[in-house]
Design a protein around this ligand. Structure first.
Ligand code: ADP
Ligand code: MG
Length: 397
C-alpha cells in the first residue's frame, strides 16, 4: 500500500499499530512523514502514540469491536509491544496484512518458545543461548533442584510478560531458587545460568514480505538495574569479529522464522578466554527496540522507517549510518532531585550541546524507572560524541 493514495471509497492510505506507547509514537511519526494516515489501538486516552495519530481506537486489545474498527480504518497493521494478545493479531490477519504475524509474536512472548527457536536455528545462526532449564511444575522444580546445580547461581525468569528486568529473580542456592519460584507465583519460568558478561549488544533486522532482509550494524548496550541506560553505536563500540557474527546470527534468526517486519535480537558477550569474547543469544523483540532509537538521528533510514516499509510492502533500502551516536535513555528518575522533589531537567544546557537530539514521549507523569524519552548524541567524530554524551549525563545527573 503506497502512501498518499485514496481508494474508490475516498479512504486515505492508513497504517495501524497495536499499542500506543513510545514505540508506537515513533512509528506514527515515521509513517506520517511518508504521507500515511495512522491509527493506534490503545485503551489509554493519554497514550503517547494515540496523542499524535490521526485515529485513536480506544478499546482493549482483544475487544472485537475495536479490532473491527482498526481493520476498517487500515490497509496494513503492525504492533509496538510483544504482549498484545496473539489471538488479536490472528483476528486482524483474517482481513488485513499483519506484520509481524501472530505466530512470530507468540514465540517472542514466551521465553520457553523463544529459546526453543534459538536452539532450532543454532546451526545456521552459529549461536546458542545460556544454559537453562524449564520450570513449569513442582516436579520440574524438584528435578532442577536435584540435578541442575550447574545452573546456579542463576536467574529465574517468568516465561511470559517480563520486561526491563521485571519478572526476574537472581538466585544463588537451591533454597533461594525454591523461594523465588514461589515468589513468582509458581508461574511457568526458565532458570538461566548467570553468565560472566563482558558486554551486551543487539541487532536490528528488517525483513519484507518478499524475504528481502536489511540490517543495522550491532550496537553495544549498557543496562542499569535491568533497564537499558546507554547505547553505543559507532565504529569500535564492539570488536569487529563479534559485530559481524552478531549481525549474521540475527539475520539467520529472522530468516529461519520467515519473519516480516522489524526484529531486534539481543546478545550477551561472555568471557570465553578469546580476545573478543563469545556470543550468546539472549532474547528477541518482535518490533523496533529501545536500543535502535539512535537510528532516528544517526542513519539515513531509522528502525521505524524500516518498520513502515516492511509492513506496507514498500522496498527495503539498506540503511546507512552517517554519524557516530550514543543514546542516553531518559528515565523518570531525571525529573527528581536527590531529595525526591520533582524538577524539570536542565533543558537549556542539554539543548545547547552540539549534536544533541532530544526525544520526549509526551508522558505527563514522571515516575522512577519510567521511560520518558531519550537523548541521541551524534557527530562525525567518536571522541567528540563521547565527550558530549559525558557532559549530557552530568547535566542530567
Ligand atoms: P528483559 O526482558 O527484562 O530485557 P533480559 O533477559 O534481557 O530480560 O534480562 C535483563 C538483563 O539482565 C540483561 O540485559 C542482562 O544485563 C541481565 N541478564 C539476564 N540474563 C542474564 C544471564 N543469564 N547472565 C547474566 N546477566 C543476565
Ligand atoms: Mg532484554
Amino acid at each position: 500500500v503506497f502512501p498518499g493514495t485514496v481508494d474508490a471509497a475516498g479512504r486515505r492510505a492508513t497504517l495501524g499499530v497495536m499499542g500506543g506507547g513510545q514505540l508506537g509514537r515513533m512509528f506514527v511519526h515515521a509513517a506520517q512523514r511518508l504521507g500515511y494516515f495512522t491509527a493506534v489501538l490503545d485503551p489509554d486516552a493519554q497514550s503517547p502514540a494515540g496523542l499524535v495519530s490521526h485515529h485513536h481506537v480506544r478499546t482493549g486489545y482483544d475487544d472485537p469491536a475495536g479490532l473491527a474498527q482498526l481493520t476498517e480504518l487500515c490497509q496494513a497493521i503492525t504492533t509496538e509491544f510483544e504482549n498484545v494478545p496473539a489471538q488479536a493479531l490472528q483476528t486482524l490477519a483474517q482481513t488485513r496484512p499483519v506484520a509481524p504475524g501472530a505466530a512470530m509474536v507468540g514465540i517472542a512472548q514466551d521465553r520457553i518458545e523463544e529459546k526453543a527457536h534459538f536452539a532450532a536455528c543454532a546451526d545456521i545462526s552459529g549461536v546458542t543461548c545460556a544454559p537453562y532449564a524449564v520450570i513449569e511444575t513442582p516436579g520440574q522444580l524438584q528435578a532442577v533442584l536435584d540435578e541442575r546445580a550447574d545452573l546456579l547461581p542463576g536467574i529465574l525468569k517468568t516465561a511470559r510478560l517480563g520486561y526491563d528486568g521485571k519478572g526476574q529473580v537472581r538466585v544463588r542456592t537451591a533454597e533461594e531458587l525454591a523461594a523465588a519460584w514461589a515468589e513468582l507465583g509458581s508461574a511457568a519460568c526458565v532458570l538461566e545460568k548467570m553468565l560472566p558478561l563482558s558486554a551486551e549488544c543487539s541487532v536490528l533486522v528488517a525483513r519484507g514480505w518478499d524475504g528481502q532482509v536489511v540490517s543495522f550494524a550491532p550496537q553495544r548496550n549498557v543496562h542499569v538495574a535491568g533497564i537499558l541506560a546507554v547505547t553505543h553505536a559507532y565504529e569500535g563500540a564492539l570488536p569487529p569479529v563479534l559485530a559481524d557474527r552478531a549481525r549474521e546470527a540475527a539475520v539467520a534468526v529472522a530468516q529461519h522464522l520467515g519473519y516480516v517486519g522489524v526484529l531486534c535480537v539481543e546478545f550477551f558477550v561472555v568471557d570465553d578466554g578469546t580476545e573478543h569474547g563469545g556470543l550468546v543469544v539472549n532474547e528477541m523483540a518482535p518490533r523496533p527496540h529501545n536500543s535502535g532509537h539512535y537510528t532516528i538521528d544517526a542513519c539515513d533510514a531509522s528502525q521505524f522507517d524500516l518498520q513502515v516499509h516492511a509492513m506496507a510492502g514498500l522496498p527495503l533500502p539498506q540503511p546507512r549510518q552517517h554519524s557516530a551516536a550514543i543514546m542516553l535513555n531518559l528515565l523518570g528518575d531525571v525529573w527528581f532531585d536527590a531529595d525526591g522533589q520533582q524538577r524539570q531537567p536542565d533543558w537549556q544546557t542539554v539543548l545547547s550541546l552540539p549534536g544533541a537530539h532530544l526525544h520526549l514521549y509526551g508522558k505527563v507523569q514522571a515516575r522512577v524507572g519510567r521511560k520518558m524519552g531519550h537523548l541521541n548524541i551524534t557527530g562525525l567524530d567518536v571522541a567528540t560524541v563521547k565527550n558530549v554524551a559525558r557532559r549530557a549525563a552530568d547535566v542530567l545527573g
